[in-house]
Write a protein that binds this ligand. Structure first.
Ligand SMILES: [Zn+2]
Length: 131
């Protein structure tokens, strides 16, 4: 491959990278706007109140953008954009939310337990028996 085409390829890759970063920045919620943030809640309704609180706390940290929330191995996982020096504060907010989700039923938000039946999940007694 010639030098020119390699450079062209690199420039193209960089441009596409920047587009991805820009798209993520646009999708991120920096101001605690719950209507927009909720579009990124890929978890049961029982966890939405926990995430609402997290998004509001995130809004108090400058340049911190909430992206989405998922469940992994029964626990809450949050993704966000941040490039600053308050990582410890963010970790603490995230840890608090994850701890709350660990005892909140994914469906209804009532007191729940993490258990493994086929895979790890958090459910209240009622929703454990409904599944
Ligand atoms: Zn429940």
């Amino acid at each position: 491959m010639g030098k020119v085409s390699q450079e062209a390829k690199r420039a193209k890759m960089q441009a596409s990278n920047e587009r991805v970063v820009e798209a993520r920045r646009k999708a991120a919620v920096y101001d605690g706007d719950l209507t927009r943030a909720r579009e990124g809640y890929h978890v049961g309704a029982g966890w939405h109140a926990i995430l609402d609180d997290l998004v509001k706390e995130f809004a108090e940290i400058e340049n911190l953008g909430f992206l989405a929330a998922h469940e992994k191995s029964g626990g809450l996982r949050v993704s966000y954009l941040y490039d600053g020096d308050r990582q410890t504060d963010i970790d603490a907010i995230e840890k608090r939310a994850a701890a709350r989700a660990l005892v909140a039923c994914w469906y209804c938000g009532q007191l729940g337990k993490l258990r493994q039946e086929r895979w790890w999940r958090v459910r209240c007694e009622e929703h454990w028996s409904a599944e």
